[in-house]
Design a protein around this ligand. Structure first.
Ligand code: ASN
Length: 325
C-alpha cells in the first residue's frame, strides 16, 4: 500500500510574545485563553474528585523521575540533576513512577496537577507543540483497564466541552471557536499505530491529526518500561489521544507490575537500575499492583480548545525559546 502524502509540510510557528510586549488586543486574547484555562482546570479537577480520585500534590525533585527513554517522540537535550543532602535528584519529567507507587500502596485512584520539565532540542519549540515546562493532569487507578480509562477520559472531555460551550460563549466566540469546536461522538475511534504507519509512514502522528475530524485513540506505541507490553504478541497496551487538526493531548497506558518483566525491560533499555530501585523492590515484594492511567497535557488541551498557533500562548509566561521571565 502507498503511503499518503501529507497535505502540507509542518509550518514553522513563531514563538509567542511575552506579556509585557502584547498589544491591547493581544492582552484581551491572552486573558480570554486564561479564562478557558481556569474553567478547564476547575471542571476537570471537580470531575475527578467527584469520581473519588484523590488529589495529590506534586513533587518537583526526585530520584525516580520518568526516564523518557526509549520514546521515539522524545528529544531530551538536557537533564537537570542536583545533589541534595548527598543524594542526586532530578527535576520532574513526569510523576509516572510516583503514580505507580502511590496508587499501589495508599491511594487507589489519584490525580495530580504535575509540573513537568523537559528540555527538548530548541528547534522543537517551532512545532508549536513543545514547551520546556508544562503541566499534566496525571491520573492513575488501581486495577483499571484500558477500556475503563478510555471511557473515563471520553466522558470527562465531553462533559468539559458541553458545559464550556454553554458557559464560555463569549470567550469561544472571541477566539472564533464557537462553531468549529464540536462535541465529539463517543466512543472515540481506536487505531493501532502499526496500521497508521502503513498509511502515513513515520509521520503518522501528523497524518492522523490532519486527517481526522474527531478525537481518536492510537494504541500500541513502543516506549518506556512502565507501559505494559505483551511479550508473546509484541503489542503495547498503551494509548495516546489525538485531537483533530492539532495532535496529541494525552498519553497513558496499562502498566507493568511484575518484577521480572520490569527488570528485563529496564536492562533492555539501558536505563539506570539504581534510579528505579524502589519500584523494583516493591515489584519483587509483589506490592506493586496492576494500574492504568494517563496524563492530560493542560496547555495542549486548552491550546486545542482555544485554537492557538503555539501551545505556549496558553501560558502566562511562555515556556518556549529563550525568553524565560
Ligand atoms: N503521564 C504519562 C502516563 O501516565 C507518562 C508521561 O508523561 N510520560 O502514561
Amino acid at each position: 500500500m502507498e503511503t499518503k502524502t501529507l497535505s502540507k509540510a509542518a509550518p514553522i510557528i513563531e514563538l509567542p510574545k511575552p506579556l509585557e510586549q502584547l498589544s491591547e488586543g493581544e492582552v484581551e486574547r491572552k486573558a480570554c485563553i486564561g479564562r478557558l484555562m481556569t474553567y478547564t482546570l476547575n471542571n476537570l479537577t471537580s470531575q475527578f474528585v467527584e469520581k473519588d480520585f484523590q488529589w495529590l500534590l506534586p513533587v518537583a525533585l526526585s530520584q525516580s523521575t520518568d526516564p523518557l527513554w526509549p520514546d521515539p517522540g522524545a528529544s531530551i537535550e538536557k537533564r537537570i540533576e542536583v545533589d541534595i543532602y548527598g543524594k542526586t535528584v532530578r527535576t520532574t519529567a513526569s510523576m509516572i513512577i510516583h503514580k505507580l507507587i502511590a496508587s499501589s500502596l495508599a491511594y487507589p485512584k489519584l490525580f495530580i496537577l504535575s509540573p513537568n520539565i523537559r528540555i527538548e532540542k530548541a528547534e522543537r519549540a517551532k512545532t508549536g507543540k513543545h514547551i520546556y515546562e508544562f503541566t499534566q493532569l496525571d491520573f492513575e487507578a488501581r486495577n483499571a483497564s484500558t477500556k475503563g480509562v478510555m471511557t473515563l477520559v471520553e466522558e470527562v472531555i465531553c462533559n468539559l466541552l458541553t458545559s464550556m460551550k454553554q458557559d464560555m460563549k463569549e470567550e469561544l466566540s472571541l477566539l472564533c471557536r464557537c462553531d468549529t469546536l464540536e462535541l465529539p461522538k463517543r466512543p472515540f475511534k481506536v487505531y493501532d499505530r502499526q496500521e497508521l504507519e502503513v498509511d502515513y509512514g513515520a509521520d503518522w502522528e501528523e497524518g492522523i491529526a490532519q486527517e481526522t475530524s474527531d478525537p481518536v485513540w492510537v494504541t500500541n506505541i513502543p516506549r518506556e518500561f512502565y507501559d505494559f507490553e505483551d511479550f508473546t504478541t509484541g503489542k503495547w497496551d498503551n494509548y495516546d489521544l489525538f485531537m483533530p487538526q492539532y495532535g496529541e493531548v494525552l498519553s497513558g497506558a496499562k502498566r507493568e507490575w511484575e518484577y521480572e518483566k520490569i527488570l528485563k525491560k529496564i536492562e533492555r533499555d539501558n536505563v539506570d537500575k539504581y534510579n528505579y530501585a524502589l519500584v523494583l523492590k516493591l515489584a519483587k515484594e509483589e506490592k506493586l499492583k496492576p494500574t492504568a492511567g494517563g496524563g492530560i497535557g493542560m496547555e495542549r488541551l486548552v491550546g486545542w480548545i482555544s485554537g492557538v498557533e503555539h501551545v505556549a500562548e496558553t501560558q502566562p509566561f511562555p515556556r518556549a525559546g529563550n525568553s524565560a521571565r
